[in-house]
Ligand binder design. Sequence first.
Ligand code: ADP
Ligand code: MG
Length: 180
Amino acid sequence: MPLIIICGIPSSGKTTRAKQITQYFLNRFSSQEKIGNVHLINDESLGITKDSYKDTRVEEKKARASLISAVERLVSKEDVVIADGMNYIKGYRYQLYCIARAIYCGTPIEIAREWNFNRGEEGYEATIFDELVSRFEEPDDRNRWDSPLFTVLYDDPVPSYDGIWDAIIVKKAKPPNLST
Ligand code: ADP
Ligand code: MG
């Protein structure tokens, strides 16, 4: 049932974290504690290219709609769904909030810009990067749809994801931020 929403500016490490968390859940599921499936949804699996973020916002709207429908299709009682995308619009996160737990890749813009540059062809074009950064609405756990919110800081190579497990599988009270 739980849906984990990754959010953050372009090249802030979302896909990297999404893969770590997927692996973390697979390990814990297979080490007897509970049995469940993990579904990772991202632009690649939905066939969304970085050009979708380019000129019009029509393509982007389609991209958001296809993420929502994939989520609706995959969310079930037993399974964990991880939505790896920018998820930068407050209203969009609100749409998903009742089933969501958000992971925020807290990476400073200058660091993400550098990571993006290092990606070369794989990265976002500089103008798209700036545009997306300016549109990103930072999550705030005082908003109920952004809560609980787990922030992973850019300089923590492999944070403990136990807090996420506790919050969504064991259903313990909201843990503190992972990187603090
Ligand atoms: P996003 O999905 O947010 O666009 P990625 O996870 O694809 O970001 O990471 C963007 C780039 O930054 C990749 O080249 C990745 O290898 C690099 N990167 C990601 N996390 C870190 C990190 N913690 N330290 C250094 N480089 C990183
Ligand atoms: Mg990515």
